[in-house]
Design a protein around this ligand. Structure first.
Ligand SMILES: Cc1cc2nc3c(=O)[nH]c(=O)nc-3n(C[C@H](O)[C@H](O)[C@H](O)COP(=O)(O)OP(=O)(O)OC[C@H]3O[C@@H](n4cnc5c(N)ncnc54)[C@H](O)[C@@H]3O)c2cc1C
Length: 276
């Protein structure tokens, strides 16, 4: 394993076939999933700035090497970003959260239950990648759609969030028999313009926005559902998720719990003054 002293060094190692090592909580378990560990690794832990969180008036940036624990601490009490905190402190367990990074969460392929994905989709985050010919700025949804190809020769550097949010919520359903991974996740944000955005994780192979529900919310009198029960009813009526079958839960079950998670998310938003 090499420890990159600069982004250029890390990119060069990547071009030569090395895999990026961040916290290692996912990568180092490859053998347990029947996968072969990469032959060469390049660690990002010594890169200055990658573990930084910058909270400014108009936007925030989160470095790829920021751990879940640090993320939860830094965003605690920041209005509009409650879902980031809920996802960061609700994922995995304390030992994992101390080392598991934001970059690792976003770049792990074939892991449907990543908590930060629906949060960052609903927040319409932008992802910054380092590439040989300069930085690339990609909306979260496009990043997820093209991740497999994009990450062959790039490195995720940071996530950029706009501060146009009044409130947000993150509801997840972990099951003991699913190893405490969430079998379904709903992240919801209320923008300062009064628009509700919803994203769902773990139900399909990759997290995605729930466009049908967002449109149903917007069509309600006043532009949003009157309460949490109404939100759940709308969720049941426009549930267009396929539901992935897995050893930990069947697809129909993941679909079925979505209205409940929508209700819980809406209750959390309603508990904030802004939406009353
Ligand atoms: C017991 C257990 C429970 C868990 N529970 C949860 C949970 O509840 N919710 C959840 O979301 N996750 C959970 N996870 C999954 C996992 O730990 C997280 O997704 C974590 O964020 C991965 O981060 P890492 O820094 O350890 O990544 P690593 O394991 O170091 O890397 C993961 C992948 O991302 C790539 N990568 C990492 N950083 C970058 C970068 N900057 N640029 C390009 N590629 C990069 C690596 O090459 C590798 O392919 C759990 C894991 C375990 C072991």
């Amino acid at each position: 394993m090499t420890v990159a002293g600069s982004i250029e060094e890390a990119l060069s190692a990547r071009r030569q076939g090395a895999a990026i090592l961040a916290g290692g909580t996912w990568l180092m378990r490859d053998p347990r999933r029947g996968q072969v560990l990469p032959k060469t690794l390049v660690s990002l832990h010594a890169l200055p700035g990658l573990a930084a969180i910058d909270i400014k008036a108009g936007h925030m940036t989160i470095g790829a090497a920021v751990t879940h624990e640090a993320l939860g601490r830094a965003f605690a009490g920041v209005v509009g970003f409650e879902a980031v905190v809920a996802a960061a402190v609700g994922a995995a367990n304390p030992a994992i959260r101390r080392v598991a990074t934001v970059g690792g969460n976003l770049c792990t392929q074939d892991f449907a239950a990543a908590d930060l994905l629906p949060v960052l989709l609903a927040m319409e985050a932008t992802v910054e990648l380092a590439a040989s010919d300069g930085p690339m700025f990609i909306p979260m949804a496009a990043f997820l759609a093209g991740r497999r190809v994009l990450l062959t020769d790039t490195i995720l550097i940071r996530v950029i969030l706009s501060r146009d949010l009044a409130a947000s919520a993150h509801a997840r359903l972990p099951l003991r028999r699913a190893g405490d991974y969430p079998v379904a996740i709903v992240s919801m944000v209320l923008t300062t313009e009064g628009r509700l955005r919803v994203a769902v994780g773990s139900v399909e192979d990759v997290a995605r926005r729930w466009d049908a529900l967002e449109n149903a919310f917007a069509a309600e009198p006043g532009g949003r559902p009157a309460g949490a029960e109404r939100a759940a009813a709308l969720a049941a009526a426009c549930n267009d998720f396929r539901g992935r079958d897995g050893i930990e839960a069947d697809g129909w079950y993941r679909r079925q719990v979505l209205p409940t998670l929508v209700r819980r998310s809406m209750e959390a938003l309603l508990s904030k003054e802004v939406i009353r």
